[in-house]
Design a protein around this ligand. Structure first.
Ligand SMILES: Cc1cc2nc3c(=O)[nH]c(=O)nc-3n(C[C@H](O)[C@H](O)[C@H](O)COP(=O)(O)O)c2cc1C
Length: 273
């Protein structure tokens, strides 16, 4: 079987060049991704969490330093608190499992200190970025694994609205911060979730050197695709993708409190030199 034009059409919301490459289960899982924001209360099969964490730990990790951890939250009260902190997102309460992915420099601090060794390099922005990248790669492996098991997921960046309070709820030590959460559960079939189109490849794929001006046509096409998508989904999203994105970046207030992330990270022990 060749990669069906259906997958490409759904991912780009338009007819695209057909690619003649053999389709497989991994590609089908990746191409079928959509965020799920309505969950059944149905519990996850035993062993699901361990399977997701094994997938997460199978991701590459910078220098094998493994500067990430994850907190699995299933307790109703704790999910409620995290949901409030993330801007009252109901799907956090609904999903049976909420995973909080952590940039974790505490473990390396600990091994250095308990061996009487210096750890000056941990104070640099580079190490925070490394930990964030590690956590992200791990989380995405877990998300794909969950989807391959027929589960739904949605990332929750809202937990960065209140990083110190999230740290309190999860009992995080210094040098650890929640980067984002991930809801995991069975999608409620009563609430439709369609594949959301992405920018045409002519916007994001550059060959040999980067081209900015050449993206205008692709962006204009995408604005039309997204307008049609929102109309088809009966979603009341004002404006097109350009307007929507421009609003999101216009002012510091659009960051929902995350304009003080640098200060919050300092408070959590990250020096970010
Ligand atoms: C790091 C990250 C943080 C996100 N945070 C939220 C969030 O707080 N709430 C939410 O409903 N969706 C959140 N999302 C989901 C995005 O809105 C979603 O991935 C995007 O609109 C594309 O839709 P799709 O995942 O269905 O393809 C987040 C996604 C990422 C990658």
């Amino acid at each position: 079987m060749t990669a069906s034009s259906d997958f490409f059409r759904l991912r780009y919301g338009a007819n695209t060049t057909n690619v003649n490459i053999a389709e497989n289960d991994s590609l089908r899982t990746l191409f079928s991704h959509r965020s799920i924001r309505a969950y059944l209360s149905q519990p996850l099969p035993e062993g699901t969490l361990e399977t997701l964490v094994t997938a997460a730990q199978s991701a590459s990790t910078s220098s094998n330093l493994q500067t990430w951890s994850v907190v699995a939250v299933e307790d109703v009260n704790r999910k409620e608190k995290l949901s409030q902190l993330a801007g009252n997102q109901a799907h956090i309460r609904q999903a049976p499992l909420f995973l909080v992915w952590l940039a974790d420099l505490a473990r390396l601090t600990h091994i250095a200190e308990s061996n009487g060794l210096p750890h000056e390099a941990l104070d640099y922005l580079e190490m925070f970025l490394m930990a964030t990248i590690d956590a992200t790669l791990a989380a995405q492996n877990a998300a794909v694994a969950a989807e391959s098991l027929g589960l739904g997921t949605v990332y929750i960046g809202g937990i960065r609205n209140h990083p110190e309070k999230v740290a309190e709820v999860l009992n995080l030590p210094p040098h650890v911060v929640g980067v984002f959460g991930l809801c995991v559960g069975y999608a409620d079939p009563a609430v439709k979730a369609e594949i959301k189109p992405r920018l045409p490849q002519t916007a994001v794929l550059h060959r040999e050197t980067y081209q900015l001006a050449a993206q205008d046509e692709a962006i204009a096409n995408y604005n039309e695709v997204m307008k049609a998508f929102y109309t088809a989904q009966n979603m009341n999203v004002p404006g097109d993708w350009t307007e929507h994105s421009a609003k999101r970046i216009a002012f510091a207030e659009s960051l929902s409190g995350r304009d003080r992330l640098g200060e919050a990270l300092n408070n959590l022990g990250f020096k970010l030199r």
